[in-house]
Design a protein around this ligand. Structure first.
Ligand code: SAT
Ligand code: MN
Length: 611
C-alpha cells in the first residue's frame, strides 16, 4: 500500500522499519485520520498531550501542590471496565480458543472490524506508539506498536510501558513486534463538537494469537485500550509462552526480606480487584520483615540457566483500583500517587482540585462524582458512590518508595513460592500448601472467586477463575493447564516454586472477616517462607498442608483466636459441596482437560470420602 499523501505527518517518520511504516500507511488509509503523530515518550510529548486533553475537557489538572503533574478524567458511564463478552480470541481453529473465550473466525472478524475501522479516525489524530513490555535491555525485548486515536491512551502508555528513543532504535532492528490497533470508534464530522470521552457503543477487543496481533475498537478504557497490558502481556504472551515453554501470568511479584536479611521472591495470582496491589506493596505488621515491590499485575516467568523460574514484570506502572486504597490498606500506593505524574480515572474530584474515593481518609463535604454530579456524604449514602468501584489510578512504578532495585533487571528474579488466591466467604482456608506442582496446578485450575467490579457483570457471584487468568488466557484453557503441567515436568522438582492457595476473605456467620488482612497478611507470608526453610509445621489435610493457628505468628493480632481458627478450618462438608462445582467446571472444558487434572479431582474426592 502506498501512503496517503493528504494525511499530515505521515511523511518523515522517525522509524525506518519497513513493515511498521507499511502498516501505519495501511491503517491511515483505512481509518482516514486528519494527521499522524509519531510518539516518542518524551516529557515534551506528555506536556503537549496533557495540555491538549485539558483543553478538550477530557482532563482536569489537579492542584500541583497536592498532586504535581497529575490529571483527572471521567469516562463515558458506559465505558468503565473491561468488556469480557466483547473480547475475542480469533484463532484459526475454534478449539484453540476453548470455553473460556469468545471465538470468531479470524477472516470474518477482520472483515467485520475492517468495516468498523473504515473512516473511524476522521477528524482525529492517529498516534503511532512504539513501546516495549519489560526491560529494553532484555535479550529479547518484547516490542509492540500501538496505533490509537486516543491521546489518553498515549499518556497512559507513557506510564504503563517503556517508550522512547531506545524502543525506536530496537524497533529498527529485526526483533519481532506486536501490531496493536486501537480506535475509539468516534469519528468527528467537520464542525462537530467533540465529547469529553469519545467511544462507541459497539466494542470489540480482539486477538489473533497465531499472528500475534491485536485489534481493539470502541472503548477508551484501561484493559480495552492500553493494548500492552492484558491484550499483549497476557492474552498474546500466553500463546507465545505456550509455544516457547514459559509462563505469562496474572501475578504480582514481591520481594520478602526476613529478619535474617534472607531474600525471597513470591509471585501471586488473584483475580482483578482482589488485593494484588495491596499485597505487592505490603507493610508487614510483624517486626523485622520487609516487603519490596516488583510488580502488581503481570509476571512473565522463564527458566534460568540454574533451573529456577525467574519472573519479570512487563509493565512500568501501576493501574490500580482506587476505592479502598488508603493510608491503612496501602500506604505505599498512597505515597506513590502523592509524588504526582499520575492519571486518575472515574474517581471523585474535590472542590480544591484533588481526588477522593470511597475508603480514602478525609471524606470531603462535597465532591464532583465520577458522573460529574454534586456529591456529598449525605446524598451519597442515599445512592451512588462518588468514585466508580472500578475507578483507577495510573502511576509510575519508579515512584514507589518500596520498589525493589532489581525491578528493571532483564533476567528477572527467582521465584520461591507461587500463591493463588480468590475472594471466598466460605470453604477456602486462609492458607494451604499444595502437595506438589501437579496438585498446585490443580489448585490454580480450580481457583474460584466472587466476581468484582473490574469487569462488567453481576458482582458477588462465585465463578471459577483458573490461575486468576479466566479473562486472559489467549488459548484453550485445557491446553493451558497441560502447559502448566509440562512446565513442571520439564523442571527439576526441587527448584520449582512451591504452590500455595490463600484466601484473605473468609467470613463468619455474621459476615465479619475472620482474618484481618492487609499488613497482617505478612504473617501468612512468614509461614510460607518458614515452610520453604523447613521450619514451620502444617497439618496434612484432605486439601493440602494447612497450618493450625499456633503454627502462624499471631503475636499482636487483635482478632479472637476462634476467628483465626475458623479462617484456617478445612470443613469437610463445605469441601464436599465444592466437588460438584469443580466437576461442572471440568466437564465444561471438554476433551482438552488433562487427565492429570481429573486424577487430582479423583484423589481429592477420595480424601474427602466422596464416592
Ligand atoms: O482494565 S484492566 O484490565 O487494565 C485492569 C484489570 O481489570 O485488572
Ligand atoms: Mn489485573
Amino acid at each position: 500500500m502506498t501512503a496517503v499523501p493528504t494525511i499530515q505527518g505521515l511523511e518523515n517518520p522517525p522509524i525506518g522499519r519497513r513493515e511498521v511504516l507499511d502498516w501505519v500507511a495501511e491503517v491511515a488509509d483505512l481509518t482516514t485520520p486528519d494527521r499522524v503523530v509519531w510518539c516518542d515518550g518524551s516529557q515534551e510529548e506528555w506536556d503537549r498531550l496533557t495540555k491538549e486533553l485539558v483543553d478538550a475537557g477530557t482532563f482536569v489538572q489537579l492542584d500541583p501542590d497536592k498532586k504535581p503533574n497529575s490529571f483527572y478524567a471521567a469516562s463515558d458511564p458506559d465505558d468503565v471496565a473491561r468488556v469480557e463478552e466483547r473480547t475475542y480470541i480469533c484463532s484459526v481453529d475454534p478449539a484453540d480458543a476453548g470455553v473460556t473465550n469468545n471465538w470468531m473466525d479470524p477472516a470474518e472478524m477482520k472483515a467485520t472490524m475492517t468495516e468498523l475501522y473504515r473512516g473511524c479516525m476522521r477528524g482525529r489524530t492517529l498516534y503511532v506508539i512504539p513501546f516495549c513490555m519489560g526491560p529494553t535491555s532484555a535479550e529479547r525485548p518484547m516490542l509492540g506498536v500501538e496505533l490509537s486515536d486516543s491521546a489518553y491512551v498515549v499518556v497512559s502508555m507513557h506510564i504503563m510501558t517503556r517508550m522512547g528513543a531506545e524502543v525506536q532504535r530496537l524497533l529498527d532492528g529485526d526483533t519481532d513486534w506486536v501490531p496493536a490497533l486501537h480506535s475509539l470508534g468516534a469519528p468527528l464530522e467537520p464542525g462537530q463538537e467533540d465529547v469529553r470521552w469519545p467511544c462507541n457503543q459497539t466494542k470489540y477487543i480482539t486477538h489473533f494469537p497465531e499472528e500475534r496481533m491485536i485489534w481493539s475498537y470502541g472503548s477508551g478504557y484501561g484493559g480495552n485500550a492500553l493494548l500492552g497490558k492484558k491484550c499483549y502481556s497476557l492474552r498474546i504472551a500466553s500463546a507465545m509462552a505456550r509455544d516457547e515453554g514459559w509462563l505469562a501470568e496474572h501475578m504480582l511479584i514481591l520481594k520478602l526480606i526476613s529478619p535474617e536479611e534472607k531474600v525471597y521472591y513470591v509471585a501471586a495470582a488473584f483475580p482483578s480487584a482482589c488485593g494484588k496491589t495491596n499485597l505487592a506493596m505490603l507493610e508487614p505488621t510483624i517486626p523485622g520483615w520487609k516487603v519490596e515491590t516488583l510488580g502488581d499485575d503481570i509476571a512473565w516467568m522463564h527458566f534460568g540457566a540454574d533451573g529456577r523460574l525467574y519472573a519479570v514484570n512487563p509493565e512500568a506502572g501501576f493501574f490500580g483500583v482506587a476505592p479502598g486504597t488508603n493510608w491503612k490498606t496501602n500506604p505505599n500506593a498512597m505515597r506513590t500517587i502523592e509524588r504526582g505524574n499520575s492519571l486518575f480515572t472515574n474517581v471523585a474530584l474535590t472542590d480544591d482540585k484533588d481526588i477522593w474515593w470511597e475508603g480514602m481518609e478525609g471524606e470531603p463535604e462535597h465532591v464532583l462524582s465520577w458522573k460529574g454530579q454534586d456529591w456529598s456524604p449525605a446524598n451519597g449514602e442515599a445512592g451512588q458512590p462518588a468514585a466508580h468501584p472500578n475507578s483507577r489510578y495510573c502511576t509510575p512504578m519508579s515512584q514507589c518508595p518500596i520498589l525493589a532495585p532489581e525491578w528493571d533487571d532483564p533476567n528477572g528474579v527467582p521465584i520461591s513460592a507461587i500463591l493463588f488466591g480468590g475472594r471466598r466467604k466460605t470453604t477456602i482456608p486462609l492458607v494451604n500448601e499444595s502437595f506438589d506442582w501437579q496438585h498446585g496446578t490443580f489448585m490454580g485450575a480450580t481457583l474460584s472467586s466472587e466476581k468484582t467490579a473490574a469487569a462488567a457483570g453481576a458482582v458477588g457471584q462465585v465463578r471459577r477463575d483458573p490461575m486468576a487468568m479466566i479473562p486472559f488466557i489467549g488459548y484453550n484453557v485445557g491446553d493451558y493447564f497441560q502447559h502448566w503441567i509440562d512446565v513442571g515436568k520439564g523442571a527439576d522438582a526441587d527448584k520449582l516454586p512451591r504452590i500455595f492457595y490463600v484466601n484473605w476473605f473468609r467470613r463468619g456467620d455474621d459476615g465479619r472477616f475472620l482474618w484481618p488482612g492487609f499488613g497482617e497478611n505478612g504473617r501468612v507470608l512468614k509461614w510460607i517462607i518458614q515452610r520453604l526453610e523447613g521450619k514451620a509445621a502444617a497439618t496434612e489435610t484432605a486439601i493440602g498442608h494447612v497450618p493450625t493457628a499456633d503454627q502462624i505468628d499471631l503475636d499482636g493480632v487483635s482478632e479472637p483466636l476462634e476467628d483465626i481458627e475458623a479462617s484456617l478450618k478445612v470443613d469437610i462438608e463445605e469441601w464436599r459441596a465444592e466437588i460438584p462445582l469443580i466437576e461442572e467446571w471440568f466437564d465444561s472444558i471438554g476433551e482438552k482437560l488433562p487427565t492429570s487434572m481429573r486424577d487430582e479431582l479423583e484423589a481429592l474426592k477420595q480424601r474427602l470420602g466422596v464416592s
